[in-house]
Design a protein around this ligand. Structure first.
Ligand code: GDP
Ligand code: PGA
Ligand code: MN
Ligand code: MN
Length: 589
């Protein structure tokens, strides 16, 4: 680490660090260089003070557990604000506060908050360090756990600092865990100032500022101004037996299957035939048109912050292999021999729950439903050899999806870009444990960006539509639903690896190599259009998965119309016209 006297070559950065130190009054300042020695020293300190607990090093070398404050285990949407000068620019999709008022409010919390603590200054790069699509930031924090996670999730340290010094600009992120008091907690974004201020939470999405705060909220704002897209999407490469790889970008809300789809293991028959799946990203995608008119995407992150519960050898063996070593686990349970444990693992018995109490089923699940692993992408066996390509990978298909227990078919294809933007805008999903609040409530979550779009959704829809221009070779747009339930409340589709069957149809549609049935909501595969050999699923389940109920859809599309109107004059007329077109097609069906 650089001693505190050794500031950067960039005056704007030094001045900001000085200002923050004057406000927060830390005992010492450390500039992070991202080195192994620095990480080892920090880990030793965290083990000594209990921030980290060592897990069984024989079974899980390099793995540690962090237990959060029990009131601090998820994103807090009601305390997350976009503080643009003009309230309308933040839109009804965001909580807003006047920037001057917001600064005053949060600076009062930051005042003296780092006394007795060390202040860490972390330069980081979102995206491959040499990519023109990447963007840099500096996060200041008083949490060594945040430093350890940011080191995995971003390119953090000396190389990022050198890029920042060269470019002269960076996103400023100030974070303190404060008192971890939910009454004294805010996650504020000042897009016009490229600034983030986060106080009172140590949880991933609230505290690792490179991730949701920078790469999505500030990123989406920058992307609109600069003509690109910052999206809540995984990026996966599907290689067929002929050796062709097609890249798919897919937006699902938090805890709706992005990490799993990004690491999919092909079903046995596909594997034997030579299909391979390559992981580029599991949560965030930055994409822009290339010279050839196609969209090219990078993953701005360097690691995975994945949901632990439900991850097992049968659902996601790739993730299991990825997290077998050198992983930080947050809020999982532990077994008698000190191995990490969560619901969905077939082996092992929890003895200590996520709060460190003796496990008692009466207290609820042993692992928190939003317990997580943080691990370097490089450890993933399916990590794409093109994941660090500085020009990004070309996207063949964009997929939207969510948790829809009824109505929405397994997959359908939008007729064109405008219809696809409507399909994305209309997305709905049941809420999950990734954010505090009720779970299982259906809500609209356009493009899976409801918690992350840093500006007015109406303007965002217009920005999406603007990509359809002469010379553009845009990806086809699809919608999937792995979460349709039968009358017994069980999922009708087996999901996970079997989702490759749906991706195959999607890619074949992009190539014009497979059929579909035209319906008012888009193109839906007929049973024969999907390869279902070797799949244990009964015919009636499949009928339900592929059916389009015109009455149910008419009500859904009417509701989408009201939803689009909720963004007032900012909703593009072209999108409303598209909604009316679909409504009319349903009325005539
Ligand atoms: P992410 O937060 O969007 O990255 O979602 P994850 O991939 O971590 O998955 C969240 C939860 O959904 C986990 O409990 C998974 O086991 C579960 N899940 C993921 N994919 C599927 C699927 O295809 N079918 C079903 N039924 N569950 C899934
Ligand atoms: P997720 O990422 O989408 O993998 O759940 C974290 C989050 O969105 O809070
Ligand atoms: Mn996410
Ligand atoms: Mn994930």
């Amino acid at each position: 680490m650089r001693p505190e006297t050794m500031a950067s070559k960039l005056k704007a950065l030094n001045d900001w660090v000085d200002d923050v130190a004057r406000l927060t009054r830390p005992d010492s300042i450390r500039w992070c260089d991202g080195s192994d020695a620095e990480a080892a020293a920090l880990r030793a300190e965290m083990l000594a003070d209990g921030t980290l607990v060592e897990l069984n090093q024989d079974t899980h070398p390099g793995c540690y557990l962090h237990r959060s404050n029990p009131s601090d285990v998820a994103r807090v949407e009601h305390l997350t604000l976009v503080c643009s000068k003009n309230q309308e620019d933040a839109g009804p999709n965001n909580h807003w506060m006047d920037p001057a008022e917001a600064h005053a409010k949060i600076d009062a919390l930051f005042d003296g908050c780092m006394q007795g603590r060390t202040m860490y200054v972390m330069p980081y790069c979102m995206g491959p360090i040499d990519s023109p699509l990447s963007r840099c930031g500096v996060e200041i924090t008083d949490s060594p756990y945040v430093v350890a996670n940011m080191r995995i999730m971003t390119r953090m340290g000396a190389a990022a600092l050198a890029r920042i010094e060269r470019e002269g600009t960076f996103v400023k992120g100030l974070h303190s865990i404060g008192e971890l008091d939910p009454e004294r907690r805010f996650i504020m974004h000042f897009p016009e100032e490229l600034t983030i201020k986060s106080y009172g939470s140590g949880y991933g999405g609230n505290a690792l500022l490179g991730k949701k705060c920078h790469a999505l909220r500030i990123g989406s704002w920058q992307a609109r101004q600069e003509g690109w897209l910052a999206e809540h999407m995984l990026i996966v490469g599907i290689e067929n037996p002929q050796g062709e790889t097609h890249y798919v970008a897919a937006a699902f809300p938090s805890a709706c299957g992005k990490t799993n789809l990004a690491m999919l293991i092909p079903p046995e028959g596909y594997r034997k035939a030579g299909w391979k799946v390559w992981t580029v990203g599991d949560d965030i995608c930055w994409m822009r048109p290339g010279k050839d008119g196609r969209l090219y995407a990078i993953n701005p992150e360097a690691g995975y912050f994945g949901v632990a519960p439900g991850t097992s050898r049968s659902t996601n063996p790739t993730a299991m292999e990825t997290i077998a070593h050198d992983t930080i686990f947050t809020n999982v349970a532990v077994t008698a021999d000190n191995q990490p444990w969560w619901e969905g693992l077939p082996h092992g018995t929890p003895v200590t729950d996520w709060q460190g109490r003796p496990y008692d089923a009466a207290n609820g699940p042993a692992a928190h439903p939003n317990s997580r692993f943080t691990v370097s992408a490089k450890q993933c066996p399916s990590w794409s050899p093109h994941a660090e390509d500085k020009q990004g990978v070309p996207i063949s298909a964009i997929v939207f999806g969510g948790r829809r227990p009824s109505l929405v078919p397994l997959v359908f294809e939008a007729r064109d870009w405008t219809h696809g933007v409507l399909v994305g805008a209309a997305m709905g999903s049941e809420t999950t444990a990734a954010a505090t609040g009720a779970v299982g409530v259906l809500r609209r979550d356009s493009m899976a960006m409801k918690p992350f779009c840093g500006y007015n959704y109406g303007d965002y829809f217009a920005h999406w539509l603007s990509f359809d221009k002469p010379g553009a070779k845009l990806p086809k747009i699809f919608h999937v639903n792995w979460f349709r339930k039968g009358d017994d409340g069980k999922f009708l589709w087996p999901g996970y690896g079997e989702n490759l069957r749906v991706l195959e149809w999607i890619i074949d549609r992009c190539k014009g190599a497979v059929g579909a049935q035209e319906t008012p909501i888009g193109h839906v595969p007929r049973k024969d259009d999907l390869h279902l050999d070797g799949l244990a699923i009964d015919g009636t389940a499949l009928d339900t998965l592929l059916e389009v109920d015109p009455m149910g859809w008419a009500a859904e599309v009417a509701d989408i119309g009201h939803y689009l109107d909720s963004f007032g004059a900012r909703t593009p007329e072209k999108l409303k016209a598209e909604q009316r077109r679909v409504a009319a097609a349903l009325a005539n069906a």
